[in-house]
Write a protein that binds this ligand. Structure first.
Ligand code: SF4
Length: 420
């Protein structure tokens, strides 16, 4: 039995409170000019220090010359789980997803305004030293990483591996090479592989090749919920090469090639879209047969949006809950009601059903490709990738009772009774 109940008008709130990140507020800074001697990884390439084993990011060192497909970067959580980096994550024993980034001295050639890997950062930080989704990404030899996971086989802590392609002329070929190195030693049925694609450099044939080589799920990081936000944060607005239409072309190719439930898109919530706009996109993806994976906007240190506010928790929780209902509880956009600012005021479910879903807590966990527990529990838990541990946005573990009480306050769904 649920220990918490909601009043009928639970989600109603003050329209003048300014409790969402409005489009006008979320304007990125313009990128500064990079001195020629710092462009394209020139410092790393001219010093040409040979890599030796695992490289732990340290901005006081000159990064060695590391390149995919021999090297990849992995998340701090993955490095800890593999035993390649000391430390513990707050309230997490390990991560269930081995997230990889392709790596090159010249780095990602795009300039996305919210991203710590963006090109404009070459003025002050070697690529391998840049923070991304709030954490460092150690660089590791692919052979060593594969060796560790292959040793454990199906008993591996990892439920999934994901290759993030970044934007680089070599990334299509090197994604294939890393995928081949993985599947040569590791059965993709034991640890399935997801591709976080870079549509800008890809063709339909590239999508097909990855499927033929054993990739399980293909995702497109739309990130922006609307074409205007896309253009402002990933396109011409910040001298970046991406186009909304190209992202959709590859998303449609993934739909045709990977099939229902095997493709999806990433969406960052709180970059200036309304809740209604974000959820319209979620519904569009559901109707196509795909999933949406949400990220809460956080002002990444060193990015062109690091001066802007993180997404207010009530905006985030409403979209997080609504997206879960649409992806996993057959609630549709047209069942929900919105206020004049596009904010959710009715989730379209009877109160008791909504209570049960809130109490289950899964709706507030990190969203992403599934692992081995349940279809709606993501392998990709990205611990603290979109918030500090003191104010968790995406829970990398099951929220406990105290977490759920806080979530209800953030949703503006008050705790009425606490008898359990
Ligand atoms: S393409 Fe991806 S990695 Fe590159 S700047 Fe944009 S978001 Fe960051």
């Amino acid at each position: 039995m649920s220990c918490l109940t909601t009043p009928p008008a639970a989600a109603a709130h003050d329209a003048s409170a300014g409790d969402f990140n409005a489009f006008e507020t979320m304007q990125p800074r313009a990128p500064a000019r990079t001195p020629p001697e710092r462009r394209n990884g020139a410092r790393v390439k001219s010093a040409d220090l040979p890599p030796s084993g695992v490289y732990l990011p340290n901005n006081n060192l000159l990064a060695p010359h590391m390149r995919s497909p021999e090297y990849v970067q992995i998340s701090t959580a993955a490095a800890m789980t593999l035993g390649l980096m000391p430390g513990r994550m707050h309230r997490c024993a390990c991560t269930r997803c081995l997230n990889l980034l392709l790596t090159y001295p010249e780095g990602c050639r795009a300039n996305c305004a919210y991203c710590g890997l963006a090109r404009h950062r070459e003025a002050d930080r070697d690529y391998a030293d840049r923070n991304f989704i709030r954490v460092d990404w150690p660089a590791v030899p692919v052979e060593r990483m594969v060796e560790i996971v292959a040793r454990d086989g199906a008993a591996s802590a990892f439920h999934r591996m994901c290759i993030s392609m970044i934007t680089h002329p070599r990334s299509d070929a090197d994604t294939v090479a890393v995928l081949r190195a993985w599947t040569r030693r590791i059965d993709p049925a034991a640890v399935p592989v997801s591709i976080l694609s870079n549509p800008t450099t890809m063709s339909r044939d590239d999508v097909l090749r990855l499927k033929d080589l054993g990739a399980d799920i293909f995702t497109v990081a739309l990130d922006a919920a609307t074409p205007a936000i896309f253009e402002r944060t990933r396109g011409k607005g910040v001298q970046s090469p991406h186009r909304w239409s190209k992202y959709w072309e590859i998303l449609q190719a993934a739909r045709a090639i990977f099939g229902p439930q095997k493709f999806g898109a990433h969406i960052i919530i709180g970059m200036g879209e309304t809740e209604h706009e974000a959820l319209t996109l979620v519904q569009q993806l559901v109707d196509l047969g795909g999933h949406s994976h949400l990220f809460c906007f956080f002002p990444e240190r060193g990015s062109l949006m690091d001066h802007l506010p993180a997404t207010p928790r009530d905006q985030w929780r409403r979209v997080q809950l609504a997206r879960y209902l649409m992806d996993y509880a057959a609630v549709r956009l047209e069942h929900m009601r919105f206020d004049e600012h596009g904010r959710v005021v009715d989730f379209g479910l009877p109160k008791a059903e909504l209570d049960d879903i809130i109490d289950d807590g899964v709706a507030f966990r990190t969203s992403g490709c599934p692992g081995k527990f349940r279809d709606d529990i993501s392998a990709c838990d990205r611990p603290y990738g979109d918030s500090p541990p003191s104010d968790i946005a995406s829970f990398p573990f099951a929220p406990n009772r105290a977490d759920l009480r806080r979530i209800r306050r953030q949703l503006r769904v008050p705790v009425v009774r606490e008898d359990a």
